[in-house]
Design a protein around this ligand. Structure first.
Ligand code: ADP
Ligand code: MG
Length: 335
């Protein structure tokens, strides 16, 4: 029984990660699938599918089935999951026969969606399939003592959504989610550059700008970045220089919505647990936690200690994998 593979899957809006007990993270790819619209079949998954964006015949369309944190098309999501499991079994070379699989589901998912995910994994030959709520997985992966009767606050800033949850005694006490994350910031940067420079830039460029010189709302020494785009007047390529203060201005609204969500969640905290938050603080995870100055900005705003998870991009996958050990204790939280 113990020789069976144990696998944890993070079905993120931006990235899918797979964790195995012995090898750690074995797959980390964008949650993109390329679909042949004539047959509705998945032709590529992950990095390969992302590469196809803008370069394929019309019938091949790259989509992100989990983009907004809800499963837009669960049939395609199920096909994507199967392809991911195939890739993993090829890559890792471990016996994928009858693995035990834990999948973390987006927190807004319906029971129909959860069943679809469950069935997709099961039909791949899994012996057991467990679904775990995302904030619990994120908190376990961020090394928080989720089983203890204290308030663990996890803020997961992903691509399509951000979630703030209070977890105590292995269960979610309170959770608020907002459809704002890294994607929205990229979009805001595109709009800003269009409005102020008359230049059109692509999503990838916007994401690079955010990662290179994007700051939370803190004071900092201004940084510059040269950016290539298409001049909307002449139609020709052009290089402009954007500053970190401008980027900060562009992404302000998204940052503020995330902060609001933290406020709302803390306000809904049962009073007995509020004291814990003052002592232990909150923990940031997800790719958005890597925006420069995030930790400093949030702690200035909410007056409690703010910690950064050890591996923000991997917390959920690690926690999903590790949760196998606690499966019985967490039984209440699993469905
Ligand atoms: P999800 O769980 O929704 O798949 P992730 O936690 O993988 O999302 O985070 C993806 C988001 O994090 C993307 O919007 C990406 O641009 C952003 N991101 C990743 N690394 C960084 C970084 N170093 N700085 C700022 N944003 C980042
Ligand atoms: Mg995530």
């Amino acid at each position: 029984m113990f020789s069976n593979a144990e696998i944890g899957i993070d079905l993120g809006t931006a990235n899918i990660l797979v964790y195995t007990k012995n090898k750690g993270i074995v797959l980390n790819e964008p949650s993109v699938v390329a679909i042949d619209v004539r047959t509705n079949q998945v032709v590529a998954v992950g990095a390969e599918a992302k590469e196809m964006v803008g370069k394929t015949p019309r019938n091949i369309v790259p989509i992100r089935p989990l983009k907004d944190g809800v499963i837009a098309d669960y049939d395609i999501t199920a096909q994507m999951l199967k392809e991911i499991l195939k890739k993993v079994s090829k890559k890792v070379g471990i016996s994928m026969r009858k693995p035990t699989v834990v999948v973390c589901t987006p927190s807004g998912s319906t029971s129909v969606e959860r069943r679809a995910i469950h069935n997709a994994v099961k039909s791949f030959g899994a012996k057991e399939v467990h679904l775990i709520e995302e904030p619990i997985a994120a908190a376990i992966g961020a090394d928080l003592p989720v089983e203890e009767p204290i308030a663990n606050v996890i803020v997961d800033i992903g691509g399509g959504t951000s979630e703030v949850a209070i977890i105590s005694f292995g269960g979610v006490v309170s959770c608020h989610s907002v459809r704002v994350g890294g994607d929205k910031m990229d979009e805001e940067i595109i709009q800003y550059v269009k409005k102020h420079f008359n230049i059109l830039i692509g999503e990838r460029t916007a994401e690079n700008i955010k990662m290179e010189i994007g700051y939370a709302l803190i004071d900092h020494v201004e940084e510059l970045m040269d950016v290539r785009g298409r001049d909307l007047l002449t139609g020709l390529p052009k290089v402009i220089t954007i500053t970190s203060k401008q980027v900060q201005q562009a992404i302000r609204e998204s940052l503020e919505s995330i902060l609001d969500t933290i406020h709302i969640t803390l306000e809904s905290c049962p009073p007995e647990l509020s004291g814990d938050i003052v002592d232990h603080g909150i923990t940031l995870t997800g790719g958005g936690a890597l925006i420069k100055g995030m930790q400093e900005w949030i702690s200035n705003e909410i007056y409690v200690p703010v910690h950064l998870a050890p591996n923000p991009l991997e917390s959920v996958a690690i926690g999903t994998g590790r949760s196998l050990k606690m499966i019985h204790k967490l039984q209440k939280a699993l469905k």
